[in-house]
Design a protein around this ligand. Structure first.
Ligand code: WT7
Length: 575
């Protein structure tokens, strides 16, 4: 196993724990120790927005910059006190609309200061925040809003075009953040309503078990599922922010993820502000120049991104990295997909920092397997369990397997940021915990003799394209809605930049013949109906798809054939 001989020193933190010694922290740390860092520890009253913002305003951080927002046309900064006042206004606005604690307030809009203000305001009144990625098209948006029975959607004058209100009877209000000429029944002008709203707002107090955020994510079967996290997730989001991101007083922290995904909330909102850090958000699309300008000009010190992004930066060439000054960077991290050893090596050359991998999932709410700054990085490994987390490789019965055995990556149940519900679907929730005592992740991995975990793949058919999780079923369902498509089977095909791309195998209905134009039309049909990242990059027409006798399309056979691998057990295939 290769090992990179790079050492750098990062300032130790963490009070009484010696963070330069993983083993000792792992042995001794208990999550209970950090309770005293929250105001609910003394008051008994919990509210996430209070812990993120208002609490800091009562102390020396009142005028510290909390948010730096930049895109190609805009640069704005907000202090903790600015965010306290603005989120108070937004919370009051929601109250005026009749929103109550526990109601679902959804956000479907691009990154901008307004989305952060809005989410904080919703949290302040105890509403459940529901983020939707801006690239979702009508059916993706509709499925999620309907399942969650959202009563309010914060969106833009353009994106509201993908929200069929006639199909969403529970959706009472659309708050439009940009200007538009006319406001229909149920539409609210954000700027005007904010201006009419008071800043002072007593947070809705509750308990650590009160619901907080609902993220939709994909599985291999069925529609996307709503993963519900509770307020108590903050315990783990806070301490992993402190120890894994290594957030310090003077850091400028940039998490590149959109708040439509869990990384963009747990580590794009919660972890940095729980730690009182300055949080930078860059809006707009990816461009190597734009990103490097942000790193350089904003003096970013801690940078959390994803393998796909690093690979895109890598392919932009070394000529590009040579043009910029990355001397502010102190710590670089990655999540979402396997981090290639080659990318770590390149990253060290390009930025002078080793990229620290982290592994977790929408369902886990916060980091599970990490590389603490003190750890030796083994390129290709995801690292070791965060202190307080027990991870293991188990077989399907829950027996722990010895080092180097391939099996299910599983976590002992009961960590603070563990999801508490799959919305409206208790049976789906139970499936994760079918092996008693363990949460089974759906990833396969092995552990080496020193306790480092090595990702091998998904156990199920879930696709990971550019770090985004796509369920094959959702894409297949959309494909067969097209009049030319009889049947569809969708797989992830390995790709050097995106990790995987989506490849669809389809059979055509009577009267249709395969042509380049038809394939493009079908691709566009998924792109505009579901979302851009879910559209298959490759479509192949087959006479007939491999199916089990019960009619289930055998994606693993399609995948094996595509990769030129043995197709395995075919005993259940139809004749
Ligand atoms: C799946 C979870 C919360 C992180 C963003 C994605 C894959 C995540 C790694 C990693 C290899 C990784 C897994 C996991 N994944 N991190 N460091 N190395 N694979 O969250 O959309 O819920 O997807 O992403 O397959 O199960 P998500």
């Amino acid at each position: 196993m290769e090992k990179l001989e790079i050492k750098e020193s990062l300032p130790p933190g963490g009070g009484k724990h010696n963070l330069n010694d993983y083993e000792s922290v792992y042995e001794t740390f208990r999550f209970e120790e950090v309770f005293a860092d929250f105001s609910w520890h003394t008051t008994g009253k919990v509210n996430m927005a209070h812990e993120l913002i208002d609490r800091h305003v009562m102390g020396p951080k009142k005028d510290k910059t909390a948010l730096i927002y930049v895109d190609d046309n805009r640069r704005e900064t907000y202090t903790f006190d600015d965010l306290r006042r603005l989120s108070g206004q937004f919370g009051n606005l929601l109250l005026k609309l009749g929103v109550k604690k526990g109601d679902r307030v959804f956000f479907f809009m691009p990154r901008s200061p307004e989305i952060y203000v809005g989410m904080l305001g919703a949290l302040k009144i105890g509403a459940i925040v529901g983020p939707l990625f801006e690239a979702f098209m009508e059916s993706a948006v509709t499925d999620r809003l309907a399942d969650a029975e959202a009563s309010v959607l914060v969106t833009t004058s353009v994106l509201k075009g993908r929200v069929p209100r006639e199909k969403l009877p529970k959706l009472r209000h659309l708050i439009i953040v940009d200007e538009q000429p006319d406001y229909a029944e149920g539409e609210v002008d954000f700027a005007r309503a904010m201006a009419e709203s008071k800043e002072e707002l007593e947070p809705a107090w509750g308990t650590l078990e009160d619901p907080m955020i609902l993220h939709y994510t994909s599985g291999s079967t069925g529609k996307p599922k709503g993963v519900l996290h509770v307020q108590g997730a903050m315990i783990q989001q806070y301490i992993t922010g402190k120890w894994v991101l290594d957030l310090q007083e003077d850091d400028i922290y940039w998490c590149t993820a959109d708040p439509g995904w869990v990384t963009g909330t747990s580590y794009g909102i919660f972890a940095p502000w729980l730690n009182g850090a300055t949080n930078l958000v860059r809006g707009g699309r990816f461009s190597a120049d734009g990103w490097y300008r942000t790193l350089q000009d904003e003096h970013v010190t801690v940078w959390y991104s994803a393998p796909t992004a690093f690979r895109m930066l890598m392919s932009a060439g070394d000529g590009m990295t040579d043009k910029y000054d990355f001397s502010s960077l102190r710590h670089v991290l990655s999540v979402g997909e396997p981090l290639n050893p080659e990318v770590i090596r390149w990253g060290f050359k390009a930025y002078g920092k080793r990229i620290h991998d982290t592994w977790w999932m929408t369902e886990t709410g916060a980091h599970m397997i990490v590389n603490l700054p003190c750890m030796d990085i083994r390129p290709g490994s995801m690292g070791k369990p965060f202190p307080g987390i027990v991870a293991a490789i188990v077989d399907n019965m829950g027996n722990e397997l010895p080092p180097y055995s391939l099996g299910n990556l599983a976590i002992k149940t009961g960590w603070p940021s563990m999801m508490r519900q799959i919305w409206n679907n208790p049976a789906k929730y139970q499936e994760y915990f079918a092996v008693p005592g363990w949460y089974v992740s759906g990833d396969s991995a092995y552990m080496d003799e020193d306790g480092y975990f090595w990702f091998q793949g998904r156990v199920d058919d879930v696709i990971n394209t550019s770090g985004e999780r796509v369920g094959p079923f959702e894409v297949e369902s959309k494909l067969v809605e097209h009049s030319a498509v009889a049947e569809a089977g969708v797989i992830g095909k390995p790709d050097p930049v995106r990790g995987e791309i989506i490849k669809a195998f389809i059979s055509l209905r009577e009267g249709y013949t395969a042509s380049e134009a038809l394939m493009e039309e079908i691709r566009l049909f998924v792109k505009t109906g579901l979302s851009a990242h879910a559209a298959p990059r490759e479509i192949e027409v087959l006479e007939k798809l491999p199916k089990t006798r019960s009619g289930k399309i055998m994606r693993r056979v399609l995948k094996a054939q595509e990769l030129g691998l043995p197709v395995g057990d075919l005993s259940t295939i139809e004749d």
